[in-house]
Write a protein that binds this ligand. Sequence first.
Ligand code: SF4
Ligand code: SF4
Length: 209
Amino acid sequence: MAAQHEPYRIVPFKEGYLADIWTTAKSIFYGFSNTMSHLFRAPSTVQYPEVDVKATLPDRYRGFLTVDMDVCISCRNCEKACPIDCIWIEDEKLDRVDIIGNNGKPSKKMLYPTVFNIDLGKCMYCGLCTEPCPTGAIHFTKEFERATTDFHNLYFEFVSPEERADVLAKSAKFKAKEAEAKAKKAAAAAAAAAKPAEGAAAPAEPPKS
Ligand code: SF4
Ligand code: SF4
């Protein structure tokens, strides 16, 4: 059986070759007109880093993360929020008077980080750690000039070894004090429990037959 051919059809201008040519010409014209208009505008580029000129960064720019340890309360919200475990925190319980804040008064903090590390080599700058921070301690800076080829340079420790040793020593004292108070409380409770037994009336003698 002979093959059947589509009947010849006149293609309307709107969807034919001529329309395609017209659309292409129009888009080339629009593209070049936009490019050409830049010949008459002031340049928007900055000569960085050849010349020390920096672009104005937006307020919410996400540069390197930093932590203000003076206001961190070690709640660990940031650590829990990070989807790729970039943040590592360890802390110790301290007496309130053991930490003196920036204002020279005892800090109200009970927990103090002995380790607060951020691996910015893994960080994807999602900002999820900054959202739940109740004190605004963890936040992005506008700094971006610490680019490196060595990932080890992107591992930041916000508690120095001296601060860690200091907190651990204070914490040991705090724990000893707590243990002493607990022992005293237990001794007092035992003494109180023994007292009514001593003061109780003597058991009645059995009736004589
Ligand atoms: S910005 Fe995102 S990936 Fe980076 S430390 Fe914070 S939560 Fe983790
Ligand atoms: S969420 Fe804020 S206050 Fe809590 S541990 Fe992280 S940086 Fe510190």
